[in-house]
Each structure stands twice: as structure tokens, then as C-alpha cells.
Design a protein around this ligand. Structure first.
Ligand SMILES: *Cc1c(COP(=O)(O)O)cnc(C)c1O
Length: 390
């Protein structure tokens, strides 16, 4: 039996809520389950206001609309992230400016941030890789000094903290993903967290096709009209029903994910591979567990070895700065992205989800520990490997 890279978790009341929503007559957006899921999300993140969206990609697109970006405006972001972080701004004609990542957390390197700022910089987007917080104190200091808004792409970081404060609460705006591969999921879904109240009213309009329909439904206006740009960014209440059940089970989901993460971390502590780093003061979200191999060749060998052992490992982000569209639409900040280029080819992610059994965790651990690099590998690595008990 193959252990897949991801398996979606079915929360205790998920099927019940899905049935309730589907039979309620209210299957369009902003129904009772949307209100419940939104309230749970606000509780978790401390966001003064939150809007469910059809994806994290769409929530990022709303941030680009809210910032009134114009062609040629610049948005600073890491090269080591998902394409949506960049595309959301490119769609508005903005230029992504790619900054390198830190070798330990693989988050945007705050030491390279200030040098990437120009008079055209309109936003700084951070991604908390694996749900391990960026160095937010430094990021916010630099952004504040230049009067540039910070946006958190918090797709990985639901429930994670930086110095005791939830991720998603630091930026003027933050985005969440409820894609099937994320800690909490409804297949496809997301949310926009609005921490800066100046954006709240307009965000609601942009999400509702550019109309004030939300105010109409609340009885605040007697008809709804076309007010602004916009699109259809609200999810069906059926999806919100599944999400409500997932958010209610968040404690359980996280306990199980953290147990798997901790088991991997302990089991691989003596391996001469680079493990995820969690700097002091940070509470991570157990979103993913990765290992860095010494070379691309060994990474490929590791993936093959895992597959032979019935474990589906996988790689992760390909650098955006050197991707075809990254070269076309973006530019690289001063100093380039050497760390991003060096880590992307060497990374392996292991299965990590709430439905993973203890026996499966043990099988993944055995599969990783029984890896022996081939004859082409660096001698130091082979010597070390020889000392590793299997
Ligand atoms: C998953 C992910 C997204 C996209 O999320 P969707 O909900 O699938 O649009 C964006 N950014 C990051 C960092 C992600 O991991």
C-alpha cells in the first residue's frame, strides 16, 4: 500500500453540514455556513474582518485590486513561493521584484528586503513557508519606515504564531488557502483577512462583482448597484459548510499534524540533512515537513527510493525569478536569489496530514532512514550514511 503525499481529512460533522447546506435551499454564497466559517476564522486569526473567497489566489487578486496597482508598480515578494503570489499582481500590470530566501526557514530574507525597495514599490508580500513565520518585526519596521503596506500570503500558516501573535494578523491584508492540500480544506477555497479597516468596505464590494449587494442584504441600502471593479470571488455556502466542519475540528487536525511533524523531526535529528528550522519565538503550523538533500541527483535518488518503499515524497516550488513567466513579467532584486536557486532542486517533502496513522509515520521514517546515496554522491555523505543505523 502506497502512502500518498496527501490525503484529505474528513471532519466529524463534515458530511452532515454538507448535506444540510445542499438541502437548505441556500447554496449560493454568503449563507449561514459562510457566516459560521467566517466567525471561526476570525476567532483563530484575530482578524477584525474576514471574507471567504473561492481561493487564496483570488484573495491575493483582491489585495491587488485594493492597492490600486498600476502598470509598472512594483511588488516585492520571495522567489520561493507559489505562482499565485506573483500572478495576482502581474494581472494588474505590476512587476514582481523577487527577493532571495533565508537558508534556514526558506522565508523571504529580511536582510535583502530594504535594498529591493524603490520609489515604485507599492507592497511587500511575505509567505510564511511551511507555516514558520517570517521575521515579521524586521519586515514591519522596514515597511513602516518606507510607508509600504505588508501583505501576508498565509496559505501555510493558519494557527501559527510569531511572538505569540497569530500569523495573518501582521499585514494590512492577509490571505488563507483552503485548497485540498492545506491544513484546513474545502477542496478549493480561501479567505481574505482585513486587518487595516480602510480596506474593509471596498473589499466587500470587489468580492461581490463590484456591487454593494452585501450592504443591500444587510438592509443598509434599498437596491444594489455597480460601484467599482470586481469579480465573483465568493464561494458557495456548500463549500463553506465543509469548511465550517473543518474549522470546528481544527484543534484535532493540528494535534495530529504536530504529532507527525514532531515524530519526523525526532527521527531525523541525527541525519546529515537540513531539516526545517523553527527560530525561537515562533509557533509553526505543522503544514509541511521537508528535508534538503546535498544535490539535485541525491534528491531524485531519494524520491525514487521513497517510491520504492511505497512512500510518495515530492519536491516543491520552482524558483519564480528564473521561470519563463518570472523573467517576462518580473525582475530580481539586488543580490539575486542564489539561496532559492540552490535549495529548490534539493528539497523533498514528506507525507504530513491528520489522517496519517502511527504505522504509516513509522514506514515513512524507515523509508527515509534506509536511503543510501549512490556511488556518485559526495564521500562525506557516504561515510556519514554508513554510521546511520537502519
Ligand atoms: C496553496 C498556495 C496558494 C494558492 O492557494 P489556492 O487556494 O489554491 O489559490 C498561494 N500561495 C501559497 C504560498 C500557497 O501555498
Amino acid at each position: 500500500m502506497q502512502i500518498p503525499f496527501n490525503r484529505t481529512f474528513l471532519a466529524e460533522r463534515e458530511l452532515e453540514y454538507l448535506t444540510e447546506a445542499a438541502s437548505s435551499g441556500h447554496t449560493s454564497g454568503d449563507g449561514p455556513f459562510t457566516r459560521r466559517a467566517t466567525a471561526l476564522l476570525r476567532e483563530l486569526t484575530g482578524a477584525p474582518s474576514a471574507l471567504l473567497t473561492t481561493s487564496c489566489t483570488h484573495a491575493l487578486e483582491i489585495t491587488a485590486l485594493l492597492l490600486d496597482l498600476r502598470p509598472g508598480d512594483e511588488v516585492i515578494m520571495p522567489s520561493f513561493t507559489f505562482v499565485s503570489t506573483a500572478n495576482a499582481y502581474v494581472l494588474r500590470g505590476a512587476v514582481p521584484v523577487f527577493v532571495d530566501c533565508r537558508p534556514d526557514t526558506l522565508n523571504l530574507d529580511e536582510r535583502a528586503l530594504e535594498a529591493a525597495i524603490t520609489p515604485r514599490t507599492r507592497a511587500i508580500v511575505v509567505v510564511h513557508y511551511g507555516g514558520v513565520a517570517c521575521e515579521m518585526s524586521t519586515v514591519l519596521q522596514i515597511a513602516g519606515r518606507h510607508g509600504i503596506p505588508v501583505i501576508e500570503d498565509n496559505a501555510h500558516g493558519l494557527g501559527a504564531t510569531y511572538r505569540g501573535r497569530p500569523l495573518g494578523s501582521f499585514g494590512a491584508l492577509a490571505t488563507q488557502s483552503f485548497h485540498a492540500t492545506k491544513n484546513v480544506q474545502c477542496g478549493e477555497g480561501g479567505a481574505l483577512l482585513i486587518n487595516d479597516a480602510r480596506f474593509a468596505e471596498r473589499a466587500e464590494i470587489l468580492r461581490e462583482k463590484g456591487t454593494d449587494r452585501s450592504r443591500f442584504f444587510r438592509g443598509q441600502v434599498d437596491k444594489y448597484r455597480w460601484m467599482d471593479l470586481g469579480s465573483s470571488y465568493l464561494p458557495s455556502d456548500v463549500l463553506a459548510a465543509g469548511l465550517t466542519a473543518q474549522l470546528e475540528a481544527f484543534g484535532e487536525i493540528q494535534r495530529r499534524r504536530h504529532a507527525v511533524w514532531a515524530a519526523y523531526h525526532a527521527a531525523f535529528a541525527d541525519l546529515d540533512l537540513v531539516h526545517p528550522a523553527v527560530p525561537p519565538g515562533i509557533g509553526h503550523s505543522a503544514h509541511l515537513y521537508h528535508l534538503l538533500l546535498p544535490s539535485l541527483e541525491q534528491r531524485q535518488e531519494m524520491l525514487k527510493h521513497l517510491a520504492e518503499q511505497g512512500v510518495q515524497g515530492t519536491f516543491h516550488y520552482q524558483p519564480l525569478h528564473s521561470a519563463p513567466a518570472g523573467r517576462r513579467f518580473g525582475r530580481t532584486g539586488p543580490g539575486g536569489c542564489p539561496v532559492t536557486a540552490a535549495v529548490a532542486d534539493r528539497l523533498v517533502r514528506l507525507p504530513l496530514y491528520a489522517g496519517l496513522s502511527d504505522e504509516e509515520v513509522a514506514r515513512v521514517i524507515d523509508a527515509v532512514r534506509s536511503f543510501r546515496p549512490g556511488p556518485g554522491a559526495a564521500p562525506a555523505q557516504r561515510e556519514h550514511r554508513a554510521e546511520v543505523p537502519s
